[in-house]
Design a protein around this ligand. Sequence first.
Ligand SMILES: Nc1ncnc2c1ncn2[C@@H]1O[C@H](COP(=O)(O)OP(=O)(O)OP(=O)(O)O)[C@@H](O)[C@H]1O
Ligand SMILES: [Mg+2]
Length: 468
Amino acid sequence: MTDHNTECPMTDVPAQAERILIVDDDPSMRTALMESVRRLGFDVQGAIDGADAVERVSRYKPWLVVTDLKMPRLGGLDLIKEIKSRSPHTLMVLMTAYGTVETAVEAMKYGASDYILKPFSTDLLERVIANLKARGADASMSPSAPIDQRSILTQDPGMVRLLSTVEGVAASQATVLIHGESGTGKELLARFIHSRSPRAHRPFIAVNCAALPDGLLESELFGHERGAFTGAIMKKIGKFEMAHTGTLLLDEISEINMGLQAKLLRVIQEREVDRVGGREPVSVNIRVIATTNRSLYHEVEQGRFREDLYYRLNVFPITVPPLRERPADIPLLVRHFVAVSAARNGLPQPTISEAAYAMLQDRRWKGNVRELENVMERAVLLAGNGPILPSHVLLDFVGQPVSCAPVPSVPLPSANGSLWEMERELIFQTLARVNENRTHAAKELGISIRTLRNKLREYRGTSCQVLA
Ligand SMILES: Nc1ncnc2c1ncn2[C@@H]1O[C@H](COP(=O)(O)OP(=O)(O)OP(=O)(O)O)[C@@H](O)[C@H]1O
Ligand SMILES: [Mg+2]
C-alpha cells in the first residue's frame, strides 16, 4: 500500500499504533482529552465534528478514534459506521452520557471496541486505551461479535464511590473478598478488578467452589499427577497453575470444606501448589479474589470456616449493595438489558411504558441484577414489536422465597399445578436440558447455585418421585 502524503514525510510520522484522534465539538473537552492522551505518550490530533474526523482519518490514519456522540454535521454513531466501512481496522471508542446506554450498545454493534459513560475521569480513558493496546489486534469487534457486557453500569452514588475505591485496589496485588447477595454482580466486579489490574492481559480463571463435590474440587484447584488416584489416567493442571501470572476467582468460597480450606491457606500463604499425588510443590504467582453470599465472619463464628484463612482473604473486603438499595440503577439497568436482549433477538428496540417502570421500580429484587436481567429478557420477547407493558413484566417466582428464608421442611400444601410444583417442574426440566450441570441450570434459571441445591434437597425430602 502506498500513500503519498507530502505534508507528512514518512520519517516524521509516528507509528500508526501511536496515533489517536479525539473527536469532540466542545473545544475545552477536546483539548483536555488531547492533553491527557498526549501525556500517555501518544501522538494526537483533534477533530471538531464527525465530518472533520472522516477527513482526518483518511489522512492521519489513526490507530484509535475516541468520539463524542452528539455533534453537528456527523454524529458519533454515524461516524463509527462510516469509519468502520472505510477502514475496519481503525479502533473506535464512543463517549456517551448516562441514560443513553442503548446508543452505546448500538455503537458496539457497529464495531466500536468500547464505550465510556460520561462523566469520566481521564484515568478511565487511560485505562480503556491501555486495555485496547493489550487486546492488540483482537480489539476491533466485528458487527456480529457479542456485545461486551462486562462493564458495570451504575448511577448510584454509593456504587460509583465503591467502584472508584475498587479501581484503586485493582492496581495493587491485594487479595479481595467480595460479599453480596446472590445476583448483585460479584463476579462481574471480580472481572472488573482483573481488567483494571496490571494483570489484565494475563489469565482470569474462575472456580465455582459450590458447583463441585469436594474430591473433584480438590483436583480441579490443585491438579493431580497421573495415577494419583483411581481414574486419574492423565496428569491434570489445576486452576491455581492455570491462573499463574493472572487472577484466580474463588467463587462462593464459603462452600469449601475444612480440609480444603487448610490446603487453600497454604497456597495463599506460600504461593505454592501441591498437586494431588505430586512430589514437588509448584510455585505460582497469582492474585486471589474470593466471593461469598454469606457472611464469612459468621461462618467463622459458627466454626465452619477457618479463622486464619478468613483473615488471609479479608485483606480488602468489599460489599456489593443489593439492587433494592440502589433504586437509581433500576431504570438504567432496565434500559440496558432491554437494549441487549432486543439486539440479541433481532428485535426493534422497544419503548418501556411508565406503568411497567413503576412496577419494576417497586419490586424488592431478591434475585438482584440477575433477576432483573431475566425479567427484562422475557419482557422483550413477550412485547415483540410493541412497547413493554406491565403485562409483559412477568416477575420471577423461582428464586424469590428461598434465598433468604429457611427452606420449609414440608412443602406448601400443593394441588396439581401449584406454584411449588411448577417451580419444581421447571427446575428438573432445566437440569435435564443441561445434562444435570447445576451451574448451568442455576444460571439459566436465574438463581444461585445454593438456592438450586436447597431446592433439590427440599424436593428429595418429599415423597414425590421426581427423577429416574
Ligand atoms: N451493574 C451491572 N451492570 C450491568 N450488568 C450487571 C451489573 N451487575 C450485574 N450485572 C449482570 O447481572 C448478572 C449477575 O451478575 P453476577 O453473576 O456478577 O452476580 P453474582 O453476585 O456473582 O451472582 P451469584 O451470587 O448468583 O453468583 C450478570 O449477567 C451480570 O453481567
Ligand atoms: Mg457469582
